[in-house]
Design a protein. Structure first.
Length: 89
């Protein structure tokens, strides 16, 4: 069985220069991050390569500029998911 990995990001357009890592971990910590996301209906995006890259960085830091494109794609996906959820209400 693969070890679970998770990272949670935050981005406030008018406050932050780049998305920040607010939580990250493997194993039990990853499971708690995932559980918390589900409890608050936060959509989960799975990309093991991106998760590995985010886990190499310090919690509280802005993401590495090399990850901007990949993270932007996640945020675009998230906006579409939220838009679809609003339309289905």
């Amino acid at each position: 069985m693969l070890t679970p990995k998770a990272a949670a990001l935050k981005y406030a357009m008018h406050e932050d220069n780049a998305p920040k890592i607010v939580a990250a971990g493997k194993g039990e910590i990853a499971l708690k991050i995932i559980e918390k996301a589900k409890a608050y209906d936060v959509p989960l995006f799975q990309n093991p390569t991106l998760a590995d890259a985010l886990l190499e960085q310090k919690v509280g830091s802005e993401i590495d500029p090399r990850l901007f494109k990949a993270v932007a794609e996640v945020f675009v996906w998230l906006m579409k998911v939220e838009e679809e959820a609003q339309l289905s209400r």
